[in-house]
Write a protein that binds this ligand. Structure first.
Ligand code: F6P
Length: 550
């Protein structure tokens, strides 16, 4: 029994039924499932917005999907979803509402927190961002010396970096190519150095992105950026106002840093860092792509929000994708999940999803405070597909681990490419389709032999297949499609957390390392004797000091 009186997840009849079904299904073969159902390739598909989803290459039958939906019903996933949309404080360990869906709500929508409609605030900030972005893009906003801004450097980390940095890459073809936009996150001084070394400070705007405005990496880099700027401009504090803006929930700390709060773009404690790039945290992106494109992206998010909120379980795509992940993680012992985009522009997409998924669902304690005794979030990993094919796909095809994977691709190359480069798109997509085919159906020993392969190599050249994949295909990569993709994964992560009965919106697991780093630093710099330092760390610190000649 859970502390909240609910039956433990893995003792519910729905869980037990799934475990039994898994046994009965045994080593089901995708080849057999397709042979038995000629309509499977078109039947096991879904559409949400512009995203065509093919889930036919999964180790599931209609019965599997029915049983998984029963698990979702038993764990009241839709009840928690509705509570989220109602603005209830479902982030219980921090006593906060979870309302990233309000960030893309229509202007006339009503989303309440503590009885107050937050949508007007959201649109007021979006309008303020749009006004500022337009002024930077048009050259009306100038630096301290009167020069036009040509460079934007976003300083932030985690959700205050990964989202806008990812989306900037994804939407590069929509950006103002005369602007240089860079993202600095690492407290390693090399990051800021490389981002600024070839920039003219007089033309550079720093966007300091931090929900709390206390994150040590960001504040350290922002302080160094301010020193660099004032040094380069040979100017005093008065130059800061034209070159620094802040994105934060913490006006007091922003003012303490010396940024005029008139140049602060606000968001709210009901926006989690990893769910925030469609808030003020997206300002650098908005400057790069312009307010209209940014709004198109928000419209895309909203399409999937509405789908998640209203579609019945049978056709609810985020629910389906989440349930498939549960099927592999909880009933096949899969430990990881690969996301493999066949688009160069999505090169940072999986890194973004790592925080979204792993910081949300990497938890071993349930909402009721008890340790769970079932697997929770997977290790999420992956890079653009064709590059991965020549690196780690070997393990996916012939290794000993089950790695479910999402393949994301687009029918059209981006419009900006030359005709010659556009022609390469079919080759890219041929790889995209070939890989999921090879992963699903493999190659039998007989097929290998039929090619005349010598017997001693037959086993080596046999592909067992049966590696499950989801294919996500859209016509083209637009701002709206990006919004749809991100919302799809946000809600997938949400529904999985709901089934596992964990709080997907806190991140206590990152705190200990932060506290210890503060404690250890004086040992490095001053050789201070830090009480409680373990023997290994003490010896490593001594070695470090020796290597640094201290
Ligand atoms: O340490 C983790 C974390 O709190 C993330 O959840 C967050 O996205 C990141 O740090 C940055 O936080 P902030 O925006 O407050 O600087």
């Amino acid at each position: 029994m859970n502390a909240d009186g609910r039956t433990r997840l893995n003792q519910t009849p729905e869980w037990t039924a799934l475990a039994k079904h898994r046994e009965e299904l045994g080593e089901v073969r995708l080849r057999e499932l397709f042979a038995a159902d000629p309509g499977r390739g078109t039947g096991y598909t879904a559409q949400v917005g512009d995203l065509h989803i093919d889930y036919s290459k999964h180790l599931v039958t209609d019965e599997t999907l029915r049983l998984l939906r029963e698990l979702a019903a038993a764990t009241d996933v839709f009840g928690l979803r509705d509570a989220m949309f109602r603005g209830e404080k479902i982030n219980t360990t921090e006593n906060r509402a979870v309302l990233h869906i309000a960030l893309r709500a229509a202007r006339d929508a009503v989303v309440e927190v503590d009885g107050e409609n937050v949508v007007p605030q959201v649109h007021a900030v979006l309008d303020k961002m749009a006004g500022f972005a337009d002024r930077v893009r048009s050259g009306e906003w100038t630096g301290h010396t009167g020069k036009r801004i040509k460079n934007v450097v976003n300083i932030g980390i985690g959700g205050s970096d990964l989202g806008p940095a990812m989306a900037y890459e994804v939407l590069r073809a929509y950006t103002d190519r005369d602007l240089t936009v860079r993202f600095v996150s690492n407290v390693d001084g090399a990051d800021l150095h490389e981002a600024t070394r070839d920039l003219d400070a007089a033309e550079t705007l720093f966007v300091i992105a931090s929900k709390t405005f206390t994150t040590i990496e960001t504040i350290t880099n922002a302080t160094s950026a301010r020193e660099w700027l004032l040094g380069e401009l040979k100017a005093g504090q008065e130059a800061v106002a034209q070159h620094f803006v802040a994105l934060s929930t913490n006006a007091g700390k922003v003012a303490d840093f010396g940024i005029d709060t008139a140049n602060m773009f606000e968001f709210w404690d009901w926006v989690g860092g990893r769910y925030s790039y469609d808030s003020a945290i997206g300002l650098s992106l908005m400057i790069a792509i312009g307010p209209d494109r940014f709004r198109e992206m928000l419209d895309g998010f909203r399409i999937v929000d509405e789908h998640f909120r209203t579609a019945p379980a049978e056709s609810n795509v985020p629910l389906l994708l989440g349930l498939l992940g549960i099927w592999y993680g909880n009933f096949h012992d899969a430990q990881s999940h690969a996301v493999l985009p066949y688009s160069h522009y999505l090169s940072k997409f999986t890194a973004y999803l790592q925080q979204l998924d792993m910081e949300s669902n990497g938890k071993y304690v349930g909402r009721d405070g008890l340790a769970v005794d079932w697997q929770t979030g997977p290790v999420v990993w992956g890079t653009p597909g064709t590059n991965g094919q020549h690196a780690y796909y070997q393990l996916i095809h012939q290794g000993t681990k089950l790695i479910p994977a999402d393949f994301i691709g687009f029918a059209e190359p981006v419009a900006e490419l030359s005709e010659g480069l556009k022609a390469q798109h079919d080759l890219l997509m041929a790889n995209f389709f070939a890989q999921t085919q090879a992963l699903a159906f493999g190659k039998t020993p007989d097929e290998v032999r039929a090619e005349g392969v010598p017997e001693e190599l037959v086993a080596h050249k046999t592909f067992l297949g049966n590696h499950p994949t989801t294919t996500i295909l859209a016509k083209e990569l637009t701002p709206s499609v990006l919004g749809q993709l991100v919302a799809l994964y946000e809600h997938k992560v949400f529904m999985q957390g709901a089934v596992w009965n964990i709080d997907s919106f806190d991140q206590w697991g990152v705190e200990l390392g932060k506290v210890l780093a503060k404690r250890v630093e004086p040992a490095l710099t001053e050789g201070a004797d830090v009480p409680g330092l373990d023997a290994s760390t003490r010896a490593l610190v001594a070695k470090y000091r020796e290597l640094r000649g201290r």
